[in-house]
Design a protein around this ligand. Structure first.
Ligand SMILES: [Zn+2]
Length: 134
């Protein structure tokens, strides 16, 4: 059964409970829908050595990639602020796997979300196409 965008947002919000964020107490959750129709969830996973912390977006995308399911239709991101946008590292990580028609949804609720493309949030990005052009 194909999930609607509202379904994905609700799954992401519900999944915030799995965030491991004992240091910041700032929960982030992400849900990836692949073009095959599969759903992968991720949360931020903090660490006592702060720099080891993994963001929810990379957590969810890593689950999809690890399952061999690399064609990303939509990634939903929700967190404990009104609108939680991906950090720079996650934007670059997304540039590896998202294509021009992949949707990046920043959501606070099913009534409050914005949809972007990769070029909106990371214009002029460096990606595998640059390595192919050398
Ligand atoms: Zn990040």
């Amino acid at each position: 059964m194909k999930k609607s965008l509202e379904d994905l947002i609700n799954i992401a919000i519900e999944n915030k409970k799995n965030s491991y964020s004992p240091y910041s107490n700032f929960r982030v959750s992400s849900v990836v829908l692949t073009k095959k129709g599969n759903i992968y969830k991720g949360v931020n996973i903090e660490n006592a050595a702060y720099s080891v912390t993994l963001c929810a977006e990379r957590s969810a995308l890593s689950s999809a990639i690890s399952a061999g399911d690399r064609e990303i239709d939509t990634i939903v991101i929700t967190g404990d602020s009104t609108m939680t946008y991906p950090c720079g590292v996650c934007r670059q990580f997304m540039a590896e796997f998202l294509d021009s028609d992949s949707k990046i949804v920043i959501a606070n609720s099913i009534n409050n979300y914005k949809i972007y493309g990769l070029d909106d949030i990371l214009p002029y990005n460096f990606s595998k196409k640059d390595l192919e052009e050398k």
